[in-house]
Ligand binder design. Structure first.
Ligand SMILES: C[S@@+](CC[C@H](N)C(=O)[O-])C[C@H]1O[C@@H](n2cnc3c(N)ncnc32)[C@H](O)[C@@H]1O
Length: 611
């Protein structure tokens, strides 16, 4: 019987496997630190394979900083952490397709790698901008657990000699992991300002590929200058936008504004509907397209100097026959082409300057958030909901999964819910947020919010109520399943059993931490098996034992003591695709053989593992 791994993939070895498939001659065997042989990359050979010329001594253009290699290693390092379900703090746990995950996003992204591989259509993130006052996460998991908890967050001030390097390392490892979650036609939007824009763009060029750069949007975030500023009062942020694969990504365009539609009218009552007059002349001159046109009123017209007509003579006549040329109400104007609204592209191509009149500004966002909380200011600098709605609208469809792993006050969740309420869509979200403590002097803390997750979760609840009031007929998903990142459910012995003497093992046999529930273990297995976290969970009691079922038939588990043949048979008769049991509950070899035999007979296709 296979044992659950309960540790994410070592991405380095996965990457080596992928390289081996492409360049088998670049893979060698080398001795690891434990003395065992493992596969390694012959980089000299790989470099040679990727170069047409000899690469010896070649200088390469590369953007790097102290700590970059460690950031790659950090991203590839497996994690033993887990996500613990919190149904009591969730909203509509049973039915919702949305997720709210509390914890450091580096670890959470690692845990989501298999369950959500290439499943996210749009990622929007708004990481700390590295202004000199931001708390950023110190990815140092070699420290002891206590140290790790204490030092997790540190204030990255510009007196820190590694000010930019630390920020670059922080974002690099997270983007490396996030890219794996993006669908083939997925797109990522990243808010940033001048503090790190330059570095972020270079990092994104490396991670997503320069060819997948879509735009660097300028968002007008302020509407009035701050006169105290000595030189300039910055009034914009950037939003960097990259596709996973530019050839696959499709822009939906912006919904046509009523302002744009108002430019269309129908003065001649054309049955094809409203239209707008388009210029018939165009430069530079093409001799064959310079000809005289006689208007219905008898006036003779030529194109202006340096221009010709857009249509050749024959096509022009066809257009006249089809009533597609407009000579003005009296039939004597310079001719123009009728452009029908019904024939123009429905989505308008977005431009790269997003004005506050279209998507809101920073103060507006703060005001709207305050209004949700009885005018109390709990979160500084949230983004406007309209801004994030635009990012989502441009590249997501109505069923897409949207991810924000620096979710702050939860604006992205509100944007997803609003869009769904407006158009009946079923977009889903995953929010990830560190339980960063609220400052004791803050209004939020004084009103009982201890950390930002509590603010974000409450914001989502309040926004959902407001949207439900505004769209009473809508059945949008207003819930979320809440998970907390925590250390492994298993005691260390689970991972290091081979290091213990055999006679010690029975004492160590109950290898699950005392404070963990059966549901904790169950979700640990769900993640390990790479299943999504939002399937329906059903608990049944059979013969006094608790049987946990996941989805229609995705997984079945029983961790109860005294599991009888009747329980095993019951489970097997449901033909689950996977089943998991506690090793320690299957006391003898005979019991294990019996379990396998029952499944082999009734449901041979079930994949069985033990924890
Ligand atoms: C600029 S705010 C995002 C604001 C958000 N867009 C909004 O509208 O409310 C960045 C957030 O990222 C969070 N954060 C920073 N480091 C993190 C980490 N390692 N994991 C998860 N969240 C983190 C911070 O606590 C902060 O709330």
């Amino acid at each position: 019987m296979d044992k659950m791994k309960l540790e994410t993939w070592n991405l380095t070895s996965k990457n080596v496997e992928k390289l081996e498939a492409l360049f088998p001659n670049c893979i060698i065997e080398a001795k690891g630190e434990d003395g065992r042989l493992k596969k390694a990359v012959n980089f000299e050979m790989l470099r040679q394979m990727l170069s047409e010329d000899a690469v010896e001594g070649e200088e390469v253009y590369d953007f790097t900083w102290p700590g970059k290699k460690a950031a790659v290693a950090e991203a590839n390092k497996p994690t033993r952490m887990t996500l613990r379900p919190c149904p009591e703090r969730s909203v509509q746990w049973e039915h919702t397709q949305n997720l709210y995950i509390e914890g450091d996003n580096l670890e959470v992204l690692k845990l989501l790698q298999e369950s959500y591989l290439e499943m996210v259509k749009v990622i929007y993130i708004d990481p700390p901008y590295n202004t000199g006052n931001d708390f950023i996460y110190k990815d140092d998991f070699s420290a002891s657990k206590e140290e790790y908890r204490a030092q997790g967050l540190f204030k990255n001030t510009d007196s820190n000699g590694r000010f930019h390097s630390d920020w670059c390392s922080m974002i690099y490892s997270r983007l490396l992991l996030a890219r794996n979650l993006l669908a083939r036609d997925g797109v990522i939007f990243i808010s940033i300002d001048d503090h790190e824009q330059e570095n972020l763009k270079k990092i994104c060029n490396q991670i997503f590929g320069e060819g997948n750069f879509l735009a660097q949007v300028v968002w007008e975030r302020a509407y009035a200058p701050v006169n105290l500023k000595k030189h300039f009062s910055e009034s914009h942020d950037y939003i960097l936008c990259y596709a996973k694969n530019v050839a696959a990504a499709a822009c939906n365009g912006l919904p046509r504004s009523s302002e744009a539609n108002q430019r269309y009218s129908n003065p001649d009552q054309d049955p094809r509907g409203v239209w707008k007059a388009g210029d018939l002349s165009v430069g530079p001159v093409v001799a064959s397209k310079v000809y005289e046109i006689t208007t219905p009123g008898g006036r003779k017209v030529l194109p202006p100097n340096g221009y010709c007509w857009r249509l050749d003579k024959k096509t022009f006549q066809e257009y006249v026959q089809d009533n597609r040329i407009w000579f003005g109400p009296q039939g004597n104007n310079v001719p123009s082409i009728k452009r029908f609204l019904s024939e123009v592209k429905q989505g308008m191509t977005p431009m790269t300057i997003w004005k506050y009149k279209e998507v809101g500004h920073s103060q507006d966002a703060t005001k709207r958030l305050k209004e949700l909380f009885e005018n109390r200011a709990y979160f500084d600098y949230p983004k406007p909901v309209e801004l994030i709605k635009r990012c989502i609208q441009l590249y997501a469809d109505q069923e897409s999964l949207i991810l924000d792993f620096f979710s702050g006050s939860g604006t992205t969740a509100q944007a997803v819910m609003e869009l769904n309420a407006e158009d009946g869509g079923e977009r889903k979200y995953i929010m990830v947020q560190l339980p960063e403590k609220c400052r004791e002097k803050s209004i939020a803390y004084q009103d009982g919010y201890q950390n930002i997750c509590q603010i974000g979760e409450d914001r989502i609840r309040r926004a959902a109520d407001l949207i439900a009031e505004q769209y009473p007929a809508s059945e949008f998903d207003s819930g979320f399943r809440l998970f907390q990142l925590d250390e492994s459910n298993m005691k260390d012995v689970y991972f290091t059993a081979s290091e213990y003497a055999q006679d010690l093992l029975p004492d160590l046999a109950f290898n699950i931490k005392e404070d963990r529930s059966e549901e904790d273990i169950f979700f640990g297995c769900i993640i390990d098996w790479g299943l999504p976290l939002t399937y329906a969970c059903k608990t049944e009691w059979i013969d006094g034992c608790k049987v946990l079922n996941y989805g229609k038939d995705a997984l079945s588990a029983c961790f109860s003591e005294g599991m009888t043949e009747c329980v095993i048979t019951y489970m097997a008769k449901k033909h689950p695709q996977r089943a998991v049991f506690l090793d320690v509950r299957l006391k003898s070899g005979a019991q294990k053989r019996n379990l396998l035999e029952i499944f082999n007979t009734i449901s041979p296709q079930t994949y069985i593992k033990v924890v």
